[in-house]
Unconditional design. Structure first.
Length: 228
């Protein structure tokens, strides 16, 4: 992922979606540090997940979903890196712990779905799990949606999530190399100071794979510059 591709896609993401507002509200409510032992933080997390398109999380099931998050957190929190650990510094042990935690959350039963005459239990699923992982550790993990996951050839399993994290790290390395800066400087450089580096990858992927909008080629950029 070249720096100009990242900057172009992230600008479109910021100007063309309303997700920044919901994220800012979530970060303010949790003081930028999610603790799923806190019932209020679990409630904010569930609301933010809905704001970010996780439509399977019925409000009527918030108590069940909150309990499932709490149980998952107490089982897996020690397998996750500390909040200040960044994607570029994740080691093999961190990646393994993260992928297994993601895989277990994706399979965990939380909300329900209304069918004619009855309710059925449903999993959190891969999109909700990935977005929750980002919410908990935004410096290390990135969200995804079904369109991104499928376009990049990933499944729903833990191994796919690990491969997505490794891919995101490589993508950031290329952009950082273009810029000649440290990874933590990248958000400010491209005008997305509220986004962590992993989130920038998601913004790029959302525009490119969910929206289906390809960045201009170098030739197109040069043509546009000639018109100035």
């Amino acid at each position: 992922m070249r720096l100009f591709e990242l900057a172009y896609c992230c600008r479109l993401y910021g100007e063309g979606t309303g997700y920044d507002v919901a994220l800012a509200r979530f970060l303010k409510g949790t003081n930028g540090a999610v603790d799923l032992n806190d019932a209020a933080h679990r409630a904010l997390t569930l609301q933010w997940l809905r704001d970010w398109g996780c439509r399977s999380l019925r409000r009527e099931d918030d108590e069940r979903s909150s309990e499932a998050l709490w149980e998952w957190w107490n089982q897996w929190r020690d397998a996750l890196p500390p909040p200040d650990v960044t994607l570029d510094s994740l080691g093999d042990r961190d990646l393994e712990g993260a992928s297994q935690a993601y895989g277990e959350l994706a399979q965990r039963i939380g909300p329900r779905r209304q069918l004619p005459g009855r309710l059925i239990d449903v999993r959190f699923g891969p999109t909700t799990a990935a977005k929750a992982m980002y919410a908990i550790r935004p410096n290390a993990f990135l969200p995804w949606d079904d369109a991104i996951r499928k376009k990049l050839g990933y499944g729903e399993d833990a191994g796919s999530y690990r491969r997505a994290l490794v891919r995101a790290r490589y993508e950031l390395e290329e952009a950082v190399k273009d810029a000649g800066i440290d990874p933590h400087e990248l958000p400010d450089l491209i005008g997305r100071p509220q986004s962590t580096p992993p989130k920038l990858v998601d913004e790029h992927d959302w525009v490119r794979y969910t929206l289906g909008h390809e960045p201009p080629t170098r030739h197109e950029f040069e043509r546009w510059l000639a018109w100035l």
